[in-house]
Design a protein around this ligand. Structure first.
Ligand code: B12
Ligand code: SF4
Length: 493
């Protein structure tokens, strides 16, 4: 069987980073790790081709070549997925779908021949066996979690790496916490399941041998879910792996209690980590209690962020408004927190209730559910009836975005960050593309952009005060351009 693996297109969203990627001539932020992983589980003798529609067109000849199509993605890609399914069916292909979008919404896709849901490590073998025997069923799913020590390395060679800004790798799945709005524990479990150190090193070697010399994102739900293993095994191995190599910085996602563990932060930085996405959610203690965000409660969140930044970890932050305990004063409090924290990449969304979460159940019981989540958590929509009223919430939300991405606030926040940030030990090389990006941004933002005054002020300030962080300052300027475009798109400006 000739298998076409298709990744649907992301719309123009906060996370697509489309407007920023143009400056470095990249087409997408990350490759489709789920599809590359299941490619490695398909029979070796099957010819395989990946079409990531974020970086290449799905052509007639692709469809003519293939016997079957494996489609996977997340909820935000559903419109594109629908179009692709239609195209594949019209071309006479057997369509097999899996991944987060279909695991949560399979009943919305009538044309799909087979759903291989949840973790493919557990469901794909049964499907393949039945397919071979000519009696494949329509739905394969499981409530078990797989042992990630048996997960094969992704088939990187199917992807055209040059189109991506970063590569991704997954060390663990699951999270020991249990926040009310989050579906990670329902999808991936409470007990973090880890890959063995040897698997991670082999995956990194695979990427390195294919010539990759840039950022690698550890896409774990919570990278520090098992600190003892990290300190005792993975981080020492990563520190060793980095020796003699240039320019492979790592970033990841973690819970805020990382700030309490200085030795862990030190080891992460030594291993090449320069950034971490943290769910900060809200400075409102009552709302933290409401959503059971235990690890964020009873601490000085601002100080925790600063501790991580000073250790050499750029903090990106997720924030939420619309909790039952939020009053209209929350909007200004969020703005002030974000500005003081120096969290440049601040993702603020309305509280949403994804299916499978405890929040979803509570909202259903209280008769406050209004439908599906859009899949884009920063488009100003929600599927619940907020206590403060939707109009007040949306107006306050609009105000937050207008403020935090406005050139004045955004560039000031960038300086707040650069002032405190310890320069990372491992940095990507200043290649031709990056030099070109500096040039392009100086024209696009420094001459044509409304922010030209702030742009040059930031660049000169960085040159004199933190010259080693100059390229990072340019990167932030470019990101700011993307965030403003996105908030304009959603009519928040
Ligand atoms: C990396 C990542 C991203 C990247 C995506 C990059 C990319 N090119 O894919 C970025 C940063 C862009 C992103 C953004 C968002 N993401 Co995201 N993201 C992840 C994350 C952390 C890792 C994904 C990954 O690579 N996993 C590793 C691979 C191996 O796992 P996998 O993809 O799940 O694949 C397995 C199975 O699903 C299955 N499978 C996958 N594909 C297919 C296909 C077929 C045919 C088959 C048979 C099986 C199959 O088999 C694989 C092996 O077990 C996941 C959480 C997670 N732990 O997976 C969330 C997750 C996918 N994201 C999610 C969400 C909600 C978002 C955001 C809205 C923001 C947010 N809350 O995080 C935005 C939306 C995007 C936008 N607005 O543009 C949800 C998706 C929920 C849903 N039902 O769709 C997840 C599950 C996290 C969560 N619980 O909130 N995200
Ligand atoms: S800490 Fe993060 S991943 Fe873990 S349950 Fe809370 S929101 Fe989800």
């Amino acid at each position: 069987m000739k298998a076409l693996l298709i990744h649907p297109e992301f719309p123009d969203t906060f996370w697509s980073l489309k407007h920023a990627l143009r400056f470095i001539r990249k087409k997408a932020a990350l490759p489709p790790l789920g599809l590359l992983t299941i490619a490695a589980m398909l029979p070796e003798e099957w010819p395989k081709k990946l079409v990531d529609t974020n970086v290449a067109k799905l052509t007639e000849s692709d469809l003519d070549w293939a016997d079957c199509a494996f489609i996977g993605g997340m909820a935000v890609q559903r419109d594109s997925a629908r179009r692709i399914i239609t195209q594949c069916k019209e071309a006479g292909l057997k369509v097999i779908a899996g991944g987060p979008l279909f695991t949560s919404e399979y009943d919305q896709f009538e044309d799909v021949d087979h759903f291989v849901l949840n973790e493919a490590e557990l469901t794909l073998p049964a499907f393949m066996k039945d397919l071979e025997n000519g009696r494949a069923e329509r739905i394969y799913r499981t409530s078990e979690f797989c042992d990630t020590r048996n997960t094969p390395a992704p088939l990187w060679e199917l992807a055209d790496l040059k189109h991506y800004a970063s590569m991704s790798i997954q060390f663990s799945r699951g999270c020991p916490f249990n926040c009310e709005f989050c579906n990670v524990t329902a999808l991936f479990g409470h007990l973090p399941r880890l890959k063995a150190v040897e698997q991670i090193i082999a995956e990194l070697d695979g990427l390195y041998n294919l010539g990759w010399r840039g950022q690698v994102f550890f896409v774990d739900d919570n990278f520090i879910g098992n600190k003892a293993y990290l300190k005792g095994h993975l981080l020492p191995a990563l520190i060793e792996w980095q020796k003699g190599k240039k320019g492979i910085p790592f970033n990841t996602e973690a819970s805020v209690n990382l700030a309490d563990d200085e030795p862990l932060m030190k080891m992460m930085v030594e291993a090449g980590f320069d950034g971490v996405f943290i769910g900060i959610e809200t400075p409102n203690e009552e709302s933290l209690a409401e959503c059971n965000k235990q690890q964020n409660k009873n601490r000085n969140l601002l100080e925790s962020v600063k501790l991580m930044q000073r250790a050499g970890l750029q903090v990106q932050g997720g924030f939420i408004v619309g909790f039952d305990n939020d009053t209209p004063s929350i909007f200004q409090r969020q703005i002030e927190f974000i500005q003081k924290s120096g969290i440049v990449t601040a993702m603020v969304g309305l509280l949403n209730a994804p299916p499978g979460t405890r929040l979803y159940e509570r909202m259903r019981n209280e008769g406050r559910l209004t439908g599906f989540i859009s899949g884009d958590n920063v488009d100003g929509t929600t599927n619940i009836v907020p206590k403060m009223g939707l109009d007040v919430l949306r107006q306050g939300y609009r105000n937050i975005l207008q403020q935090i991405y406005s050139p004045k606030h955004y560039y000031r926040r960038t300086m707040t960050f650069l002032r405190d940030y310890r320069r990372p030990r491992i940095r990507p090389p200043l290649d031709f593309q990056r030099l070109l990006a500096i040039f392009r941004s100086s024209v696009r933002l420094g001459v044509l952009g409304k922010e030209r005054f702030q742009y040059w002020k930031l660049l000169f300030w960085t040159l004199f005060r933190r010259p080693q962080l100059f390229t990072l300052a340019v990167t932030f300027a470019i990101y700011g351009h993307h965030f403003r475009k996105i908030s304009k798109l959603h009519n928040f400006h």
